[in-house]
Design a protein around this ligand. Structure first.
Ligand SMILES: Nc1nc2c(c(=O)[nH]1)N[C@H]1C(S)=C(S)[C@@H](COP(=O)(O)OP(=O)(O)OC[C@H]3O[C@@H](n4cnc5c(N)ncnc54)[C@H](O)[C@@H]3O)O[C@H]1N2
Ligand code: MOO
Length: 396
């Protein structure tokens, strides 16, 4: 089909419309989900000294199999005040600094203590250096713990803190406005007149945006009126980095988003993608603000938000790899040949196989409940047998 943009080209054009937002310093404890805008370098060795990994006694391995004289005690957080001499043992606890002279820790389960006398009752450490965490065994000062563009998860937060960080420099959170459009739409839970339906896309998009770093305004709703939509876009553009509209993206007499973008003084960058669902996707700018116009069908909005909206937010927030990775899994059932647009089929990965849902109607919400994958079928792809390896995108 001519005139439709390939998905990759559209994604590249969208991300090229604006550079990532400025960086800011934030407390490391606030950094979950953010993207680093500079490397995190360790300012200390971890551990900073050899530590005991267990509760027991610090000894010299050469003194095995004992007996030993207990000469002191060292707990986590204290600096050792004595060294371990020949035939001596120092009581030690997990995380405590190993005293000089000692080279091994013997588990308390392997010995019996009576006053200062310590005797071996179990197997003891088989080798020199047992139960000791070596200095810098986790990382050394100067190590690059995290690269710019890294997504901050729980593990990255832990490592950065251990490396000495109290703050990190991250990309700012894009300010996002959601604008739903349509005369037929009514706020969730409200009574419906004939022809009306509940507005599910506004809350669905807000829920999807909760997975990325964004300041999301409460969804706004406009009737199918070009001037109202244009005014809303113009106003929202003053305070938001991204306006995502949903509905009114197609060619019907009541589809006004494209016209409203013009009226608001905006510029259309592209419209219509070679994908199903999601063909009527709109992208443009109003000054510095990006406008992404998603098609109104819930399935289309869901798929285009996964492929365009969330990557755009990640890009603006500083992600090194904003696009969803393509994964592979075997097909659970045969797949018919592809058509003129690339399909993103709602599916589920169960037992490592891809199960495509029977209904792919983009107007339905029920398939979205269980969908955790979008199975990709290329334009004109031949029919595939069950077991063939197929590409998919995991839905977070
Ligand atoms: N003659 C043509 N008709 C259509 C074409 C086309 O190329 N030629 N494209 C079709 C495709 S593909 C799609 S997708 C839809 C999308 O059109 P719009 O973006 O203009 O969406 P609407 O017409 O406003 O709504 C479509 C559908 O979704 C419902 N909807 C809309 N907003 C919401 C919401 N916030 N919550 C829940 N449901 C919503 C709406 O009631 C409609 O049923 O156009 C095809 N038509
Ligand atoms: O391709 Mo539309 O996006 O049918 O639902």
């Amino acid at each position: 089909m001519s005139g439709l943009l390939a998905v990759e080209e559209a994604q590249a054009r969208l991300l090229a419309l604006r550079a990532p937002l400025a960086a800011e310093n934030i407390a490391i404890s606030e950094s979950l989900g953010r993207y680093l805008s500079q490397d995190v370098i360790a300012s200390r060795d971890q551990p900073a000294a050899p530590l005991s990994a267990m509760d027991g006694y610090a000894i010299r391995f050469a003194d095995m199999p004992g007996p030993w004289t207990i000469t002191g005690e060292i707990a986590a957080g204290a600096a050792p005040d004595r060294t371990v001499g020949a035939g001596e043992a120092i009581r030690i606890f997990t995380g405590a600094m190993l005293p000089d002279g000692a080279d091994t820790v013997i588990l308390q389960e392997d010995v019996a203590a009576a006053g200062t006398a310590l005797t071996l009752t179990g197997d003891g450490p088989g080798t020199r250096g047992r139960h000791i965490r070596e200095r810098a065994g986790d990382f050394a000062a100067g190590a690059r713990l995290l690269a710019a563009g890294t997504h901050m998860g729980a593990g990255a937060i832990a490592a950065a803190i251990m490396g000495g960080a109290g703050e990190v420099r991250v990309g700012s959170r894009p300010r996002v406005a959601i604008l739903t459009t349509g005369d037929e739409l009514v706020a969730p839970g409200r009574a419906l007149a004939p022809g009306q339906i509940p507005n599910s896309n506004g809350a669905m998009l807000a829920a999807m945006l909760a997975a990325v770093p964004a300041d999301v305004a409460l969804p706004l709703h406009m009737r199918d009126d070009r001037m109202s939509i244009a005014n809303a876009i113009k106003e929202l553009a003053r305070h938001h980095d991204v306006i995502v509209t949903v509905g009114g993206a197609s060619v019907g007499d009541h589809d006004h988003v494209r016209g409203a973008l013009d009226d608001a003084g905006g510029r259309l960058d592209f419209w219509k993608i070679a994908m199903r669902p999601g063909k009527p996707l709109i992208a443009g700018t109003i000054g510095e603000t990006l406008l992404l116009g998603l098609p109104g069908n819930p399935g289309s909005a869901f798929v285009t938000a996964t492929l365009f909206l969330l990557p755009l937010i990640r890009h603006l927030a500083g992600a090194a790899h904003p696009l969803p990775p393509i994964r592979q899994a075997p097909l659970a059932a045969a797949l018919a040949a592809g058509g003129a647009r690339r399909d993103y089929l709602r599916a589920r990965v169960d037992g490592a196989a891809l199960h495509m849902f029977d209904s792919q109607d983009s107007g339905q919400t029920v398939p979205l409940i269980e969908a955790d994958a979008l199975l990709i079928r290329e334009i004109g792809a031949p029919a595939r047998a069950a077991g063939a390896i197929a590409d998919y995108i995991a839905i977070a």
